[in-house]
Write a protein that binds this ligand. Sequence first.
Ligand code: FNR
Length: 384
Amino acid sequence: MSGAILNVADLQRAARRYLPRFAYRYLAGGAEDEHTLRGNRLAFNQWQFMPPVLRDASRRTLSIRLWQQELAAPLLIAPTGYNGMLRYQADLMLARSARAFGIPYIQSTVSTASLEEIAADGQGQHWFQLYVLRDRQVTSGLLQRAQAAGCDTLVLSVDAVHFGNRERDRRSYRRPMKLSLASLCDVALHPRWLWHTLRPAGMPGFGNLQPYLPAERQRGLSGAAYFAREMDAALNWQTLDWVRQCWPGKLLVKGILHPQDARQALDAGADGIVLSNHGGRQLDGSVAPISLLPAVRAACGPTATILIDSGFRRGTDVVKALALGANAVLIGRPLLYGVALAGQAGATQALRIFSEEIDRTLAQLGCSSVQELGPHLLRPVNER
Ligand code: FNR
Protein backbone atom coordinates (compact mmCIF):
# COMPACT_ATOMS: atom_id res chain seq x y z
CA MET A 1 0.00 0.00 0.00
CA SER A 2 1.23 3.48 -0.74
CA GLY A 3 3.05 5.43 1.98
CA ALA A 4 0.71 8.34 1.38
CA ILE A 5 -2.07 6.75 3.38
CA LEU A 6 -2.31 8.86 6.51
CA ASN A 7 -5.94 8.43 7.45
CA VAL A 8 -9.14 6.53 6.76
CA ALA A 9 -10.20 8.92 3.99
CA ASP A 10 -6.96 8.06 2.17
CA LEU A 11 -7.73 4.36 2.60
CA GLN A 12 -11.20 4.88 1.18
CA ARG A 13 -9.89 6.74 -1.88
CA ALA A 14 -7.34 4.01 -2.56
CA ALA A 15 -10.00 1.29 -2.16
CA ARG A 16 -12.28 3.10 -4.55
CA ARG A 17 -9.57 3.01 -7.23
CA TYR A 18 -8.69 -0.61 -6.50
CA LEU A 19 -12.14 -2.19 -6.42
CA PRO A 20 -14.46 -2.76 -9.36
CA ARG A 21 -17.41 -0.41 -9.20
CA PHE A 22 -19.97 -3.03 -8.11
CA ALA A 23 -17.88 -4.03 -5.08
CA TYR A 24 -17.15 -0.45 -4.06
CA ARG A 25 -20.80 0.52 -4.37
CA TYR A 26 -21.82 -2.42 -2.19
CA LEU A 27 -19.24 -1.53 0.40
CA ALA A 28 -19.44 2.24 0.55
CA GLY A 29 -23.06 2.90 -0.32
CA GLY A 30 -25.99 3.68 1.94
CA ALA A 31 -29.77 3.61 1.63
CA GLU A 32 -31.71 5.84 -0.79
CA ASP A 33 -30.48 9.46 -0.79
CA GLU A 34 -27.72 8.61 1.71
CA HIS A 35 -28.75 11.40 4.09
CA THR A 36 -28.05 9.08 7.02
CA LEU A 37 -24.74 7.94 5.57
CA ARG A 38 -23.60 11.58 5.40
CA GLY A 39 -25.36 12.51 8.64
CA ASN A 40 -23.33 9.89 10.51
CA ARG A 41 -20.18 11.87 9.71
CA LEU A 42 -21.64 15.32 10.31
CA ALA A 43 -23.08 14.37 13.70
CA PHE A 44 -19.65 14.28 15.33
CA ASN A 45 -19.36 18.02 14.78
CA GLN A 46 -22.18 18.61 17.27
CA TRP A 47 -19.58 18.36 20.03
CA GLN A 48 -16.30 20.15 20.47
CA PHE A 49 -13.52 19.33 22.89
CA MET A 50 -12.65 21.55 25.84
CA PRO A 51 -9.09 20.32 26.40
CA PRO A 52 -7.72 20.90 29.89
CA VAL A 53 -4.02 21.81 30.11
CA LEU A 54 -1.10 21.12 32.42
CA ARG A 55 -2.04 17.52 33.11
CA ASP A 56 0.70 14.96 32.87
CA ALA A 57 -0.50 12.53 30.22
CA SER A 58 2.93 11.36 29.14
CA ARG A 59 2.11 7.70 29.88
CA ARG A 60 -1.05 6.37 28.32
CA THR A 61 -2.96 3.17 27.74
CA LEU A 62 -5.86 2.50 25.40
CA SER A 63 -6.92 -0.75 27.00
CA ILE A 64 -10.39 -1.31 28.39
CA ARG A 65 -12.36 -4.08 30.08
CA LEU A 66 -15.62 -5.40 28.71
CA TRP A 67 -17.05 -7.77 31.30
CA GLN A 68 -14.16 -10.16 31.93
CA GLN A 69 -12.49 -9.47 28.59
CA GLU A 70 -9.49 -7.19 28.19
CA LEU A 71 -9.37 -5.24 24.91
CA ALA A 72 -6.11 -3.60 23.86
CA ALA A 73 -8.09 -0.66 22.45
CA PRO A 74 -11.75 0.43 22.71
CA LEU A 75 -12.42 -0.98 19.25
CA LEU A 76 -14.10 -4.03 17.71
CA ILE A 77 -14.30 -5.22 14.13
CA ALA A 78 -17.95 -4.87 13.08
CA PRO A 79 -19.73 -7.85 11.50
CA THR A 80 -19.90 -7.50 7.73
CA GLY A 81 -21.25 -9.97 5.19
CA TYR A 82 -19.88 -11.14 1.85
CA ASN A 83 -16.34 -9.97 2.58
CA GLY A 84 -15.04 -12.48 0.05
CA MET A 85 -16.21 -10.06 -2.62
CA LEU A 86 -13.43 -7.72 -1.52
CA ARG A 87 -10.56 -10.19 -1.28
CA TYR A 88 -10.07 -13.94 -1.08
CA GLN A 89 -10.19 -15.00 2.60
CA ALA A 90 -10.93 -11.47 3.79
CA ASP A 91 -12.72 -12.81 6.89
CA LEU A 92 -9.67 -14.78 7.99
CA MET A 93 -7.49 -11.74 7.45
CA LEU A 94 -9.78 -9.54 9.53
CA ALA A 95 -9.88 -12.14 12.30
CA ARG A 96 -6.07 -12.42 12.30
CA SER A 97 -5.68 -8.69 12.39
CA ALA A 98 -8.08 -8.41 15.36
CA ARG A 99 -6.24 -11.21 17.16
CA ALA A 100 -2.85 -9.59 16.68
CA PHE A 101 -4.26 -6.28 17.87
CA GLY A 102 -6.01 -7.75 20.91
CA ILE A 103 -9.57 -6.77 20.04
CA PRO A 104 -12.70 -8.80 19.17
CA TYR A 105 -13.59 -9.84 15.65
CA ILE A 106 -17.35 -10.15 15.16
CA GLN A 107 -18.16 -12.66 12.47
CA SER A 108 -21.33 -12.10 10.42
CA THR A 109 -23.98 -14.76 9.83
CA VAL A 110 -23.34 -14.14 6.13
CA SER A 111 -19.56 -14.11 6.27
CA THR A 112 -17.77 -15.78 3.39
CA ALA A 113 -15.74 -17.95 5.78
CA SER A 114 -17.45 -20.37 8.14
CA LEU A 115 -17.34 -20.21 11.93
CA GLU A 116 -15.26 -23.37 11.92
CA GLU A 117 -12.66 -21.96 9.51
CA ILE A 118 -12.14 -18.88 11.69
CA ALA A 119 -11.92 -20.99 14.87
CA ALA A 120 -9.43 -23.43 13.31
CA ASP A 121 -7.13 -20.56 12.36
CA GLY A 122 -6.34 -19.59 15.96
CA GLN A 123 -7.77 -18.47 19.25
CA GLY A 124 -8.83 -14.89 19.58
CA GLN A 125 -11.80 -12.92 20.80
CA HIS A 126 -14.15 -14.40 18.25
CA TRP A 127 -17.76 -13.16 18.53
CA PHE A 128 -20.71 -14.18 16.38
CA GLN A 129 -23.38 -11.93 14.86
CA LEU A 130 -26.74 -13.58 14.35
CA TYR A 131 -29.45 -12.85 11.85
CA VAL A 132 -32.48 -14.87 12.92
CA LEU A 133 -33.69 -17.06 10.07
CA ARG A 134 -37.27 -18.23 9.67
CA ASP A 135 -36.15 -21.79 10.18
CA ARG A 136 -35.48 -21.88 13.92
CA GLN A 137 -33.66 -25.20 13.63
CA VAL A 138 -31.13 -23.65 11.27
CA THR A 139 -30.89 -20.63 13.57
CA SER A 140 -30.30 -22.65 16.72
CA GLY A 141 -27.88 -24.85 14.75
CA LEU A 142 -25.88 -21.71 13.96
CA LEU A 143 -25.83 -20.82 17.66
CA GLN A 144 -24.57 -24.28 18.58
CA ARG A 145 -21.85 -24.02 15.95
CA ALA A 146 -20.86 -20.59 17.29
CA GLN A 147 -20.51 -22.02 20.79
CA ALA A 148 -18.53 -24.99 19.51
CA ALA A 149 -16.27 -22.52 17.65
CA GLY A 150 -15.48 -20.84 20.97
CA CYS A 151 -17.57 -17.69 20.55
CA ASP A 152 -18.54 -16.44 24.01
CA THR A 153 -20.43 -13.35 22.89
CA LEU A 154 -23.39 -13.16 20.54
CA VAL A 155 -24.45 -10.01 18.71
CA LEU A 156 -28.08 -10.25 17.66
CA SER A 157 -28.72 -7.83 14.77
CA VAL A 158 -32.30 -6.59 14.70
CA ASP A 159 -32.19 -3.70 12.24
CA ALA A 160 -31.90 -5.49 8.89
CA VAL A 161 -35.06 -7.56 9.04
CA HIS A 162 -36.42 -5.54 6.14
CA PHE A 163 -33.61 -4.89 3.74
CA GLY A 164 -32.57 -1.26 3.14
CA ASN A 165 -33.09 0.20 -0.31
CA ARG A 166 -29.48 0.60 -1.40
CA GLU A 167 -29.88 2.16 -4.79
CA ARG A 168 -26.19 2.77 -5.36
CA ASP A 169 -25.68 -0.97 -4.98
CA ARG A 170 -28.72 -1.94 -7.05
CA ARG A 171 -27.44 0.01 -10.07
CA SER A 172 -24.74 -2.62 -10.57
CA TYR A 173 -27.24 -5.37 -11.29
CA ARG A 174 -29.49 -6.06 -14.21
CA ARG A 175 -31.67 -8.17 -11.92
CA PRO A 176 -31.02 -9.35 -8.35
CA MET A 177 -27.64 -11.10 -8.14
CA LYS A 178 -26.95 -10.70 -11.88
CA LEU A 179 -24.35 -8.08 -12.67
CA SER A 180 -25.14 -5.70 -15.50
CA LEU A 181 -23.04 -5.78 -18.65
CA ALA A 182 -21.42 -2.48 -17.67
CA SER A 183 -20.43 -3.96 -14.29
CA LEU A 184 -18.95 -7.05 -15.94
CA CYS A 185 -16.88 -4.87 -18.29
CA ASP A 186 -15.74 -2.82 -15.33
CA VAL A 187 -14.64 -5.99 -13.50
CA ALA A 188 -12.40 -6.82 -16.43
CA LEU A 189 -10.68 -3.46 -15.92
CA HIS A 190 -9.59 -4.40 -12.41
CA PRO A 191 -7.03 -7.20 -12.87
CA ARG A 192 -5.39 -6.68 -9.45
CA TRP A 193 -8.69 -7.18 -7.70
CA LEU A 194 -9.44 -10.20 -9.91
CA TRP A 195 -6.08 -11.72 -9.04
CA HIS A 196 -6.52 -11.24 -5.28
CA THR A 197 -10.17 -12.22 -5.13
CA LEU A 198 -11.20 -14.85 -7.63
CA ARG A 199 -9.98 -18.42 -7.45
CA PRO A 200 -10.25 -21.15 -10.11
CA ALA A 201 -13.14 -22.61 -8.10
CA GLY A 202 -15.10 -19.46 -8.98
CA MET A 203 -16.82 -17.11 -6.60
CA PRO A 204 -16.14 -17.62 -2.88
CA GLY A 205 -18.36 -19.94 -0.86
CA PHE A 206 -21.15 -19.01 1.43
CA GLY A 207 -19.53 -19.64 4.79
CA ASN A 208 -21.93 -20.40 7.59
CA LEU A 209 -24.96 -21.03 5.44
CA GLN A 210 -23.26 -23.37 2.96
CA PRO A 211 -24.43 -26.56 4.72
CA TYR A 212 -28.06 -25.55 4.33
CA LEU A 213 -27.78 -24.64 0.66
CA PRO A 214 -27.58 -27.57 -1.76
CA ALA A 215 -31.30 -28.12 -2.22
CA GLU A 216 -31.74 -24.40 -2.85
CA ARG A 217 -28.91 -24.33 -5.33
CA GLN A 218 -30.64 -26.97 -7.40
CA ARG A 219 -33.54 -24.60 -7.75
CA GLY A 220 -31.17 -21.99 -9.11
CA LEU A 221 -31.05 -19.72 -6.08
CA SER A 222 -27.70 -18.32 -5.04
CA GLY A 223 -26.64 -18.26 -1.41
CA ALA A 224 -27.47 -14.58 -1.09
CA ALA A 225 -30.94 -15.14 -2.48
CA TYR A 226 -31.46 -18.01 -0.02
CA PHE A 227 -30.45 -15.73 2.82
CA ALA A 228 -32.70 -12.86 1.67
CA ARG A 229 -35.63 -15.27 1.51
CA GLU A 230 -34.90 -16.93 4.84
CA MET A 231 -34.39 -13.78 6.93
CA ASP A 232 -37.19 -13.72 9.50
CA ALA A 233 -39.25 -10.60 8.81
CA ALA A 234 -41.47 -11.28 11.81
CA LEU A 235 -38.81 -10.65 14.45
CA ASN A 236 -40.19 -9.26 17.72
CA TRP A 237 -39.43 -9.04 21.43
CA GLN A 238 -40.43 -12.69 21.92
CA THR A 239 -37.70 -13.61 19.45
CA LEU A 240 -35.20 -11.88 21.70
CA ASP A 241 -36.51 -13.98 24.62
CA TRP A 242 -36.03 -17.10 22.49
CA VAL A 243 -32.46 -16.16 21.55
CA ARG A 244 -31.75 -15.37 25.20
CA GLN A 245 -32.88 -18.86 26.16
CA CYS A 246 -30.78 -20.49 23.43
CA TRP A 247 -27.59 -18.56 24.16
CA PRO A 248 -25.82 -19.03 27.51
CA GLY A 249 -23.03 -16.50 26.86
CA LYS A 250 -23.01 -12.73 26.68
CA LEU A 251 -25.68 -11.28 24.41
CA LEU A 252 -25.70 -7.85 22.75
CA VAL A 253 -28.58 -6.49 20.69
CA LYS A 254 -27.29 -4.55 17.67
CA GLY A 255 -29.18 -1.99 15.64
CA ILE A 256 -30.96 -0.18 18.45
CA LEU A 257 -31.51 3.58 18.18
CA HIS A 258 -34.43 4.42 20.45
CA PRO A 259 -33.49 4.90 24.13
CA GLN A 260 -36.63 3.02 25.22
CA ASP A 261 -35.63 0.02 23.08
CA ALA A 262 -32.19 0.07 24.68
CA ARG A 263 -33.76 -0.10 28.14
CA GLN A 264 -36.21 -2.81 27.05
CA ALA A 265 -33.44 -4.97 25.57
CA LEU A 266 -31.54 -4.87 28.86
CA ASP A 267 -34.71 -5.63 30.81
CA ALA A 268 -35.23 -8.64 28.51
CA GLY A 269 -31.89 -10.05 29.61
CA ALA A 270 -29.43 -8.65 27.05
CA ASP A 271 -25.99 -7.94 28.49
CA GLY A 272 -25.61 -4.82 26.40
CA ILE A 273 -26.59 -3.06 23.22
CA VAL A 274 -24.94 -1.80 20.05
CA LEU A 275 -26.29 1.61 19.15
CA SER A 276 -26.23 1.59 15.35
CA ASN A 277 -28.00 2.63 12.18
CA HIS A 278 -26.13 -0.06 10.22
CA GLY A 279 -23.75 2.49 8.77
CA GLY A 280 -26.59 4.32 7.01
CA ARG A 281 -27.54 1.23 4.98
CA GLN A 282 -31.04 0.66 6.34
CA LEU A 283 -33.57 3.45 7.00
CA ASP A 284 -32.49 6.65 5.28
CA GLY A 285 -33.37 9.63 7.44
CA SER A 286 -32.66 7.81 10.69
CA VAL A 287 -30.69 9.57 13.37
CA ALA A 288 -26.93 9.24 13.86
CA PRO A 289 -26.24 6.95 16.85
CA ILE A 290 -23.79 9.43 18.39
CA SER A 291 -26.61 12.01 18.65
CA LEU A 292 -28.62 9.63 20.82
CA LEU A 293 -25.79 8.38 22.97
CA PRO A 294 -26.37 10.70 25.98
CA ALA A 295 -30.08 9.80 26.05
CA VAL A 296 -29.36 6.09 25.69
CA ARG A 297 -26.78 6.19 28.48
CA ALA A 298 -29.30 8.01 30.69
CA ALA A 299 -31.98 5.41 29.91
CA CYS A 300 -29.68 2.44 30.54
CA GLY A 301 -27.84 3.64 33.63
CA PRO A 302 -24.14 4.05 34.35
CA THR A 303 -23.15 0.37 34.41
CA ALA A 304 -24.86 -0.93 31.26
CA THR A 305 -22.64 -1.99 28.35
CA ILE A 306 -23.24 0.32 25.41
CA LEU A 307 -21.30 -0.17 22.21
CA ILE A 308 -21.79 2.06 19.20
CA ASP A 309 -21.01 2.23 15.47
CA SER A 310 -21.84 4.03 12.22
CA GLY A 311 -19.62 6.65 10.66
CA PHE A 312 -16.53 6.43 12.88
CA ARG A 313 -13.55 7.49 10.75
CA ARG A 314 -11.27 9.36 13.17
CA GLY A 315 -9.80 8.76 16.59
CA THR A 316 -11.51 11.95 17.70
CA ASP A 317 -14.89 10.40 16.74
CA VAL A 318 -14.13 7.40 18.94
CA VAL A 319 -13.01 9.60 21.85
CA LYS A 320 -16.19 11.70 21.62
CA ALA A 321 -18.30 8.54 21.85
CA LEU A 322 -16.32 7.26 24.83
CA ALA A 323 -16.64 10.65 26.55
CA LEU A 324 -20.40 10.58 25.97
CA GLY A 325 -20.74 7.19 27.62
CA ALA A 326 -19.98 4.43 25.09
CA ASN A 327 -17.84 1.53 26.31
CA ALA A 328 -16.30 0.83 22.91
CA VAL A 329 -16.80 1.39 19.17
CA LEU A 330 -17.35 -1.02 16.27
CA ILE A 331 -15.55 -0.12 13.06
CA GLY A 332 -17.10 -1.24 9.77
CA ARG A 333 -16.06 0.10 6.37
CA PRO A 334 -12.58 1.40 7.27
CA LEU A 335 -11.46 -2.16 8.02
CA LEU A 336 -12.97 -3.33 4.75
CA TYR A 337 -11.14 -0.67 2.74
CA GLY A 338 -7.94 -1.86 4.38
CA VAL A 339 -8.53 -5.57 3.89
CA ALA A 340 -9.59 -5.09 0.26
CA LEU A 341 -6.42 -3.17 -0.52
CA ALA A 342 -3.82 -5.22 1.30
CA GLY A 343 -5.33 -8.13 3.23
CA GLN A 344 -4.35 -8.51 6.86
CA ALA A 345 -1.73 -5.74 6.60
CA GLY A 346 -4.37 -3.36 5.29
CA ALA A 347 -6.82 -4.18 8.10
CA THR A 348 -4.02 -3.70 10.60
CA GLN A 349 -3.14 -0.38 9.03
CA ALA A 350 -6.73 0.79 9.54
CA LEU A 351 -6.63 -0.30 13.20
CA ARG A 352 -3.27 1.37 13.65
CA ILE A 353 -4.58 4.64 12.23
CA PHE A 354 -7.48 4.56 14.70
CA SER A 355 -5.38 3.66 17.72
CA GLU A 356 -2.72 6.28 16.98
CA GLU A 357 -5.38 8.92 16.56
CA ILE A 358 -7.15 7.87 19.77
CA ASP A 359 -3.86 7.91 21.65
CA ARG A 360 -2.97 11.37 20.36
CA THR A 361 -6.42 12.67 21.26
CA LEU A 362 -6.14 11.28 24.79
CA ALA A 363 -2.78 13.01 25.16
CA GLN A 364 -4.17 16.31 23.95
CA LEU A 365 -7.05 16.03 26.39
CA GLY A 366 -4.65 15.38 29.26
CA CYS A 367 -5.96 11.85 29.83
CA SER A 368 -3.80 8.82 30.60
CA SER A 369 -6.56 6.32 29.89
CA VAL A 370 -9.97 5.91 28.34
CA GLN A 371 -11.48 5.70 31.83
CA GLU A 372 -10.68 9.38 32.45
CA LEU A 373 -12.88 10.51 29.57
CA GLY A 374 -16.26 12.05 30.34
CA PRO A 375 -18.81 14.59 29.17
CA HIS A 376 -16.92 17.32 31.06
CA LEU A 377 -14.45 17.34 28.13
CA LEU A 378 -17.11 18.18 25.55
CA ARG A 379 -19.32 21.10 24.76
CA PRO A 380 -22.37 20.92 22.46
CA VAL A 381 -21.78 23.35 19.62
CA ASN A 382 -24.99 25.32 19.97
CA GLU A 383 -24.81 25.67 23.75
CA ARG A 384 -24.39 29.29 24.82
C1 FNR B 1 -22.49 -4.25 7.23
N1 FNR B 1 -23.14 -4.35 8.48
C2 FNR B 1 -23.58 -5.59 8.90
N2 FNR B 1 -24.11 -5.72 10.15
C3 FNR B 1 -24.50 -6.93 10.62
O1 FNR B 1 -24.97 -7.03 11.75
N3 FNR B 1 -24.35 -8.05 9.81
C4 FNR B 1 -23.84 -8.00 8.56
O2 FNR B 1 -23.72 -9.01 7.88
C5 FNR B 1 -23.46 -6.72 8.07
N4 FNR B 1 -22.95 -6.59 6.80
C6 FNR B 1 -22.40 -5.39 6.39
C7 FNR B 1 -21.74 -5.31 5.17
C8 FNR B 1 -21.14 -4.12 4.79
C9 FNR B 1 -20.41 -4.05 3.48
C10 FNR B 1 -21.19 -3.00 5.64
C11 FNR B 1 -20.51 -1.71 5.27
C12 FNR B 1 -21.87 -3.06 6.83
C13 FNR B 1 -23.19 -3.21 9.37
C14 FNR B 1 -21.92 -3.13 10.23
O3 FNR B 1 -21.88 -4.14 11.18
C15 FNR B 1 -21.83 -1.79 10.98
O4 FNR B 1 -23.01 -1.57 11.71
C16 FNR B 1 -21.55 -0.61 10.07
O5 FNR B 1 -20.67 -0.95 9.03
C17 FNR B 1 -20.97 0.54 10.88
O6 FNR B 1 -20.83 1.67 10.12
P1 FNR B 1 -19.46 2.11 9.39
O7 FNR B 1 -18.33 1.98 10.41
O8 FNR B 1 -19.29 1.23 8.22
O9 FNR B 1 -19.78 3.52 9.02
